[in-house]
Design a protein around this ligand. Structure first.
Ligand code: BG6
Length: 518
């Protein structure tokens, strides 16, 4: 597909903004024997059943090569649910009813016979919508996307939507490409048989309650908008810290590194929600337009700017919570002299009217002391003229804690009671749990419902993916052939390499680490 056809599809997506009611539907999972179905998809669908949110009737078909019967697959999924369900114990009465809707289609993704078998199975379902309202979930390697959609199309199961009504959708997981060129190639492959508006690209961060709440928080409260700009904000820090190491995913991680695994998608998504302009409405395309506009305003770095603004890190052996962790270079399937980053910190510049001159610092890493994601808005200091403690007076900050212990904290200075003018920073804290009770639906529950409803707000549009790759590619290319320096290694269980602290110190800033909350 050429660029102008692509643009046509984007424009057509914009004109089809109506969210449809959730109707009876069949969901086909390709790569059904994999981890994703057992860990995420089936638990999410089970909970949607518990909450009576799934359409009635509903069918799930697992498409995979291994020989097994419906009964065996159901039994395997039941066992996995015991492990991965967010609520326990699993309710037998609900599972038994839910499991009746699960079918297994043993077939090879590469052969057309399998798709004919799938077609026959779908045609046997006892409701017109179950036969026509189809969601294809590609939990496969991206290299198979083209093949699967071509076969689905040849079998008449997937029709490229030309008009307004879309009956078939495909849902795809990250990684969406390895760089801009491969992402474009993937987009082109998918859009041979589907229209852009039929493609739902998942970034599970967008399914997280607190990430969605960024927009509500910013745009339903008039007070923030007045402060949300370069006049009042000194800088912004976004930290997505993980306690886990690379574990058994060394092979994948060697190709990805933190920049492709976390920054290209999750971190840039959070950043775009924090920094975007108010959308014209909350319709999918209006929100996505603003996110793309913001991503396009992020300065794409030259190699010299990468050296100046980006720090890689890699963990060596250490301890997290008293448990010893091996060095990244000793993890399974990792090269012993690997320069792949397990940590990344950078300063981004957003060249637009609102943010010009405000640094956005982002960092993410594995094997850090705490698993927590936070956005810290650091406001400018008050003019330091009135108080004796002026040199130590704290600038105000607002921290949005995205996970865990979701909440927000506003930090300001208060007078210590007594006859002096001693000041001390104090905090005002809002916690989701205390206010609304513990309610933490899995991101996939929301994302599956939205894709059934055909609402693309929480999914990534092709131009969004490509713009994010443009930013990331420039950085990645500047690293080619460069080894990590000593200041870029960190012990597992620490907050990253010394070079990450240097990066902020150059501008008189310092990282504020997320704190455990009780
Ligand atoms: C995934 C990455 O997309 O996100 C993983 O591939 C990472 O490496 C995970 O651990 C983090 O997600 P969450 O929801 O645990 O913050």
């Amino acid at each position: 597909m050429n660029d102008s056809q692509h643009l046509d599809e984007l424009l057509a997506s914009r004109s089809d903004q109506a969210r449809r009611p959730i109707e009876p539907c069949t969901m086909v999972i390709f790569g059904a024997s994999g981890d994703l179905a057992a860990r995420k998809l089936i638990p999410a669908l089970y909970h949607l059943t518990v909450e009576k949110l799934l359409p009635e009737p509903f069918r799930i078909v697992g498409f995979a090569r291994r020989e097994k019967t419906d009964a065996l697959w159901r039994a395997e999924l039941r066992e996995a649910l015991n492990l991965f369900s967010r609520t326990k114990p699993v309710k037998d009465a609900i599972w038994d009813g839910f499991a009746q809707n699960i079918y297994y289609c043993q077939a090879d993704m590469a052969e057309s016979a399998g798709y004919e078998k799938l077609k026959t199975l779908i045609a046997s379902f006892p409701h017109e919508k179950l036969q026509s309202n189809l969601m294809f979930y590609l939990a496969t390697n991206p290299s198979q996307f083209g093949e699967v959609t071509a076969h689905l199309s040849a079998a008449g199961l997937l029709k490229k939507a030309e008009g307004r009504v879309t009956n078939e959708r495909i849902v795809v997981e990250k990684p969406f490409g390895q760089d801009l060129a491969s992402a474009k190639a993937l987009n082109n492959e998918l859009t041979r048989f589907t229209h852009e508006k039929q493609i739902f690209r998942i970034d599970h961060y967008l399914g997280k309650e607190t990430v969605q709440n960024i927009l509500t928080f910013r745009f339903s409260n008039a007070i923030w908008e007045r402060l949300w700009n370069r006049e009042c904000i000194d800088h912004v820090q976004i930290t997505v810290a993980e306690k886990i190491g690379v574990g058994s995913r060394g092979g994948y991680y060697e190709e990805a590194g933190a920049i492709r695994d976390m920054v290209q998608n999750h971190v840039l998504q959070v950043l775009s929600l924090i920094a975007m302009e108010p959308p014209a409405s909350l319709e999918a395309e209006n929100v996505r337009d603003e996110k793309v506009k913001l991503l396009k305003s992020i300065r794409v770095m030259t190699p010299a700017q990468v050296t100046e603004n980006v720090v890689r890190g890699q963990y060596f052996a250490g301890e997290v919570d008293g448990e010893s962790r091996p060095a990244y270079r000793s993890e399974a399937k990792v090269k012993p002299n690997s320069n792949v980053e397990t940590f990344l910190a950078m300063r981004l510049h957003i060249d637009n009217w609102r943010w010009s001159g405000v640094p956005f610092y982002i960092r993410t890493g594995k094997n850090l002391p705490l698993g927590a994601s936070e956005v810290r808005i650091q406001f400018k200091s008050a003019p330091n003229i009135l108080f004796a403690a002026k040199d130590t007076l704290d600038a105000n900050s607002l921290t949005l804690r995205l996970q865990p212990d979701e909440g927000m904290t506003l930090r300001f200075n208060g007078k210590v009671p007594g006859g002096t003018t001693e000041l001390r920073p104090v905090r005002m804290h809002f916690s989701y749990d205390s206010e609304f009770g513990a309610y933490t639906p899995e991101a996939y529950e929301r994302l599956l419902l939205e894709s059934m409803a055909g609402d693309a707000t929480l999914f990534i549009r092709s131009d969004e993916v490509e713009t994010a790759w443009r930013i990331v590619d420039a950085i990645h290319q500047a690293w080619i052939g460069k080894s990590l320096t000593n200041r870029e290694f960190y012990a597992a269980g620490t907050w990253g390499p010394a070079a990450a602290a240097d990066l902020l110190a150059k501008s008189g800033h310092e990282w504020k680490n997320p704190q455990p909350r009780h």
